[in-house]
Design a protein around this ligand. Structure first.
Ligand SMILES: [Fe+2]
Length: 130
């Protein structure tokens, strides 16, 4: 992977931003791995190999979820949007539009620029304790 997760000079970025970027890169890699295993599983005929691939894909599900949870905990507006979309029945796009509007309306986690203090909005979500 190297240093290509950075789009700005790494030495100028705060440590929290570098960590955030690393986890974003990791999230992408886990999603790619899930997709690759999905393709392999779709084609594999050997039941033993298939079981191993399914087990490995399960590990990638876990890694993806842990990366996502880390990022959401540190980004209140993203967390609020995700809360309105994830694990909801119904129209995904509709939930997305509603969640975005709620997160960025007056008093929402995204209102007022949570990043001004360089903290990535840590602790900025209403009523959220960590
Ligand atoms: Fe992984």
């Amino acid at each position: 992977m190297g240093f290509d997760q950075y789009h700005e000079p790494p030495e100028e970025l705060p440590a929290a931003t570098r960590t955030f970027a690393r986890l974003c890169a990791s999230l992408t890699e886990e999603a790619e791995a899930i997709g690759w295993y999905e393709q392999r599983i779709a084609l594999e005929k050997d039941p033993e190999a298939l079981a191993i691939m399914r087990d490995a894909q399960g590990e990638e599900f876990k890694h993806f979820a842990m990366d996502l949870e880390f990022l959401l905990r540190r980004t209140p507006p993203w967390r609020e949007v995700a809360r309105g979309i994830l694990f909801q029945a119904g129209d995904i796009v509709e939930h997305g539009e509603e969640a975005e509007a709620e997160a960025f309306e007056e008093g929402g986690a995204g209102a007022g620029g949570s990043y001004d203090d360089g903290s990535l909005g840590i602790g900025g979500l209403r009523g959220e304790t960590r």
